[in-house]
Structures are given as structure tokens and as C-alpha cells.
Write a protein that binds this ligand. Structure first.
Ligand code: HEM
Length: 503
């Protein structure tokens, strides 16, 4: 009897919930139609099409069943048109598909869409204030200053002292990394690559170098990697803040790691240089540029805390390059032909008597193209933008505060734009012996919030890849599968292992 009563009350509740959901859907369809016709009439802008949504979660359920949400965005683009409005939990969003529309958002109207999402997680990851972060802050004079100061260091020009210093740092880092490889043995490559990338970054930006057996240094590299993995994850809690308590422990751990990194940077990287620097002299590295700015050598000056966050963000770029390189090797394990072509290029251009250097890039388009091809296939997303005012894209209204997902996954993987997009074919980026970059290839975003590290990625990845393949052929390890995760640069700590055969 009790069971029967329970069943019938469950049925009643289910009926009520179903009726409420149906009523909601009917109301949604009705109000969409009403909105559309009304708003075209008011200002000539169209309301972007939007699928029917569900109470509380909005359209979050539409992201299910895909390897990455950007695949869902491509599907929605095909179904509803290039510009699609979504309500993801409590966040109003617009998906922008298509090269022309993405360029409108990044470049033509870049100043309308130069903020970043205000996810609680970003706030908590940067000491309670996402404005401390170079990549997740909104646009401001401070951000302009930070970007301007970085340019000379992250985009060193060929034939300058800065470039040749970076060239020898990459060569010596590559030499040390290859010397740690034991041919034929199962090699956990990620820790080796990360440490050498970290030393290249620390030497280039701060003129500091650490022994790879230094425990504090090794811990710092691991801490950066763990945080890098975290910031690359997307969580439902970003859109449904009531789920944040489930992430509390994890975020506390990230704060602890960030705190340890800060201690390392202050004690072992900056040391006494803040007080000792002669601010009248030309800065020798990025750290000195920051100190000069903070101590009033330039206007507007940054608070020291802000400068330290910027320094840590840039040093953390080594995790991006290191993880990316491990993915490049994981692609190459399945591509012996590509390895042979790179090695042929190395043999023809460099020979065996000297090392590959980043100065060889103009004569080694195939090796450079391999870096591009890996970036294309990983299809990591453009960091979402946010509209700082009411605006439009392709004639569709975008309200102030809307989060924009710019679908570069589609630009990288569309069979309308690439032949055999699923295949690893570096030659697609080489034409008449020169590297080409198609206009629709936008892995580093564009406009005033474009990636500040893409040159470092190209230079360091080229140098290390060239140096490894000059000396070794990369081989699989028994029972390991090499399926490279897409949609993010980050890899887990315990990732692919390889074997290296000496050439
Ligand atoms: C393969 C590796 C990398 C990829 C695919 C990548 C891609 C991107 C993308 C798509 C953005 C957003 C651009 C936009 O909104 O238009 C970005 C922002 C940024 N990247 Fe990278 N990046 C990589 C490595 C690096 C490295 C190594 C550094 C540092 C040396 C770096 C520094 C930055 C910074 C500071 C921003 C924020 C710029 C801003 O918001 O003003 N990136 N990156």
C-alpha cells in the first residue's frame, strides 16, 4: 500500500514537472517569435536565432555528447546559422561561426569585444581578482601597458641581440634535453621537456637558470603544469555558480600552488634585483622592464604585485610550449613519413656537423609547417571574449555583457576550408618552398587581445623539434595509444611515453 502511494505520488510529481517543462518550452517558442519580429523593427538589427532552452541549465545540455563543446557550436552553426544565441546556465552567450564574422569580432569591432568572462573560478585562481591575469582580465590601460612592455621580449626581431641570445638559449636547452634521452628506453618525455622549456623562459625573461636536479625548481615546474591544466578545463560551475562548492578543495589546492610559485619567483628569481637595479640603465630582460616600470622609470607605472602576476603568467607560458611539444611528438609517433621528411630537410639544410638553430627556420618550411599542423589539429579555443557595449556581428544584435565563443575549431577543421582536415599533412602549409598561413587559420586569436606568446611557441617548438629529430626517430611504446586530446593544450601529468632511436 505504502509502495503504491509512493509510486502514485512520484507519478504526480513527474507529471507536474513534465507539464511545467512543456509550458516553459511553449512559452520559450512564443517569446522567441515575439522577440524576433519586435526587435527587427526597432533598430534594424536581427535577434540571433536560439534553440529552445531548459529551465536553470538553459542550453548546457546541447554541449553533451561531443569531445569538445566547439564541436557542438559547429553543429549549432549548421542548424541555426553562423550566429547563435545561447543561455548557458546563468550566462548569456553567443556562438560566432565563420571566418568573416570571427574577424569582425576580433579585429573590425575588436574594441567592442575585448573583455573576458567573469567566471568565479578565474577570480579565485588569481588571488580573488581576475584583473591580475594577463589572459582573463578585461581591457584596461593597465593591460595595454602590460602588453606594450611584453612585445620586445616575446616578439624578438630577427638579427637583434635579443634574438641571438634566445637562439643560443634554445640551442643549449635542446642540447641538454636530448642528452637526457636514453635511446631505446621507455621515456617519460613531459618532465624533461617542461624543465628545459622552463629554463629557456627563465633565462630569456629573467636571466636566471636552474639545475634540472634543483628540487625547488622541479617543484615550481610541476606546480605551473598543474595550474596550467586547471585553467584549461571548462566546468559546468562556470555557468552554474551554485556548483562552485564542489570545486572548493581543488581551488584551495591551486591557490596553494600559486602561493608556492610566488615564493619561488620572489626568493629565487627576483632576489635582490628589485632594490639593486639602476633604473636609469636600459633593461636587460623582461624582469628589469617590470622593475623599472614599478619604480617609476616609465608612466603609467604598475604596482609591484600586478607586475609579479604578469611575470608569473609569462613564465607559465613554458607549460603551454612544453605540453604542446609533447603533443607534437605524440602526433609524430603515428607519422613516420612526416618524421622522415623533417629529417631530410634537416640533413639538407643543416647537415650533421652543427645543431639546428632557430635561425634555420626560413630554410626549413616543412619543419615549421609541422608545428602549424599540430596547432591546427589540437584546435585549442580562442579564450572567450565579452562584449563591453551593445554591438552587433553580421547584423545580429549582441548585448553588452554577452560572452562570445569564437569558433576557431570550425576554422581549423572544416572540410570546406581544408582538404582532408582530419589528416596530419604539414605540406598544406607549404607553397613553392615557403611557409604559408591561410587567412582562416587563427589559432592565436587576433586584434588587441591576441596571443602574446605565439612567437615564443614557434621559436621554441621549432628549435626543440628540430634538435630532437636531428638526433632521434620517435617510436611508440608497446601497448600505448597515441590519441592526442583536442580542444586544449594541456595534458595530464602522467601522459604519453616514447622510445627514441638514435639516427
Ligand atoms: C601553442 C601554444 C599557444 C596557443 C595555441 C595560444 C593561443 C592563444 C589564444 C587563442 C589566445 C586568445 C587570443 C584572443 O583572444 O584573441 C591567447 C592569449 C594569450 N596568450 Fe597564448 N597561446 C599559446 C602559448 C602562449 C605562450 C607560450 C604565451 C607566453 C609566452 C602566451 C601568452 C598569452 C597571453 C599573455 C594571452 C592573453 C592576451 C590578452 O588577453 O591580452 N600564449 N593565446
Amino acid at each position: 500500500m505504502f509502495a503504491l502511494m509512493l509510486t502514485s505520488s512520484i507519478t504526480t510529481v513527474l507529471l507536474m514537472v513534465t507539464s511545467a517543462a512543456l509550458a516553459w518550452v511553449a512559452y520559450e517558442i512564443y517569446s522567441q517569435n515575439k522577440r524576433r519580429s519586435k526587435e527587427i523593427a526597432v533598430d534594424g538589427l536581427l535577434e540571433p536565432p536560439t534553440p529552445v532552452r531548459i529551465p536553470i541549465i538553459g542550453h548546457l545540455h546541447l554541449m553533451g555528447g561531443y569531445e569538445v563543446p566547439y564541436q557542438a557550436f559547429s553543429f549549432l552553426g549548421k542548424k541555426y546559422g553562423d550566429i547563435v544565441k545561447l543561455q548557458l546556465g546563468n550566462v548569456k552567450c553567443v556562438v560566432v561561426n565563420g571566418q568573416k564574422n570571427i574577424k569582425e569580432a576580433l579585429v573590425t569591432k575588436g574594441h567592442h569585444f575585448d573583455s573576458r568572462p567573469n567566471f568565479q573560478r578565474y577570480q579565485q585562481l588569481f588571488s580573488g581578482n581576475k584583473e591580475n591575469s594577463l589572459a582573463f582580465c578585461d581591457w584596461s590601460d593597465t593591460q595595454k601597458t602590460r602588453r606594450d612592455m611584453l612585445k620586445a621580449h616575446t616578439f624578438p626581431r630577427a638579427f637583434t641581440n635579443n634574438f641571438s641570445s634566445l637562439e643560443s638559449l634554445i640551442s643549449s636547452g635542446t642540447r641538454s634535453a636530448t642528452s637526457e634521452i636514453k635511446p631505446g628506453e621507455v621515456t617519460h618525455l613531459k618532465p624533461i621537456i617542461l624543465k628545459h622549456c622552463a629554463n629557456i623562459f627563465l633565462s630569456h625573461f629573467c636571466s636566471k637558470h636552474f639545475s634540472t636536479t634543483d628540487e625547488n625548481f622541479s617543484e615550481m615546474v610541476e606546480n605551473f603544469d598543474e595550474i596550467f591544466y586547471e585553467v584549461n578545463q571548462g566546468y559546468a560551475a562556470d555557468f552554474l555558480p551554485f556548483l562552485m562548492p564542489f570545486h572548493r578543495k581543488n581551488l584551495e589546492r591551486m591557490n596553494l600552488l600559486a602561493h608556492k610559485i610566488r615564493r619561488f619567483v620572489e626568493d629565487e628569481v627576483v632576489e635582490d634585483r628589485f632594490d639593486d637595479l639602476d633604473v636609469e640603465s636600459e633593461p636587460n630582460d623582461y624582469l628589469e622592464s617590470l622593475i623599472r616600470n614599478v619604480r617609476g622609470g616609465e608612466t603609467p607605472s604598475l604596482p609591484w604585485d600586478t607586475a609579479l602576476f604578469a611575470l608569473e603568467d609569462i613564465l607559465g607560458g613554458h607549460s603551454a610550449v612544453g605540453n604542446f611539444l609533447v603533443k607534437v611528438f605524440a602526433f609524430l609517433v603515428n607519422e613516420p613519413d612526416v618524421q622522415r621528411k623533417i629529417q631530410k630537410e634537416i640533413d639538407e639544410v643543416v647537415g650533421g656537423d652543427r645543431e639546428v638553430t632557430i635561425g634555420d627556420r626560413p630554410r626549413m618550411p616543412y619543419t615549421e609547417a609541422t608545428v602549424y599542423e599540430a596547432i591546427r589539429l589540437i584546435a585549442s579555443p580562442i579564450v572567450p571574449r565579452v562584449a563591453n557595449q551593445d554591438s552587433s556581428i553580421d547584423g545580429y544584435r549582441i548585448e553588452n555583457g554577452t560572452v562570445l565563443f569564437l569558433n576557431n575549431y570550425d576554422l581549423s577543421m572544416s572540410d570546406q576550408l581544408w582538404e582532408q582536415p582530419g589528416k596530419f599533412l604539414p605540406e598544406r602549409f607549404v607553397k613553392e618552398g615557403r611557409l604559408i598561413k591561410p587567412e582562416h587559420f587563427l589559432p592565436f586569436g587576433g586584434g588587441r587581445r591576441s596571443c602574446m606568446g605565439y612567437k615564443m611557441v614557434q621559436l621554441v617548438a621549432f628549435g626543440i623539434l628540430g634538435g630532437f629529430l636531428q638526433n632521434f626517430t620517435v617510436l611508440p611504446v608497446d601497448n600505448e595509444t597515441y590519441r592526442v586530446p583536442i580542444g586544449s593544450l594541456a595534458l595530464t601529468k602522467d601522459t604519453f611515453k616514447f622510445r627514441f632511436a638514435r639516427r
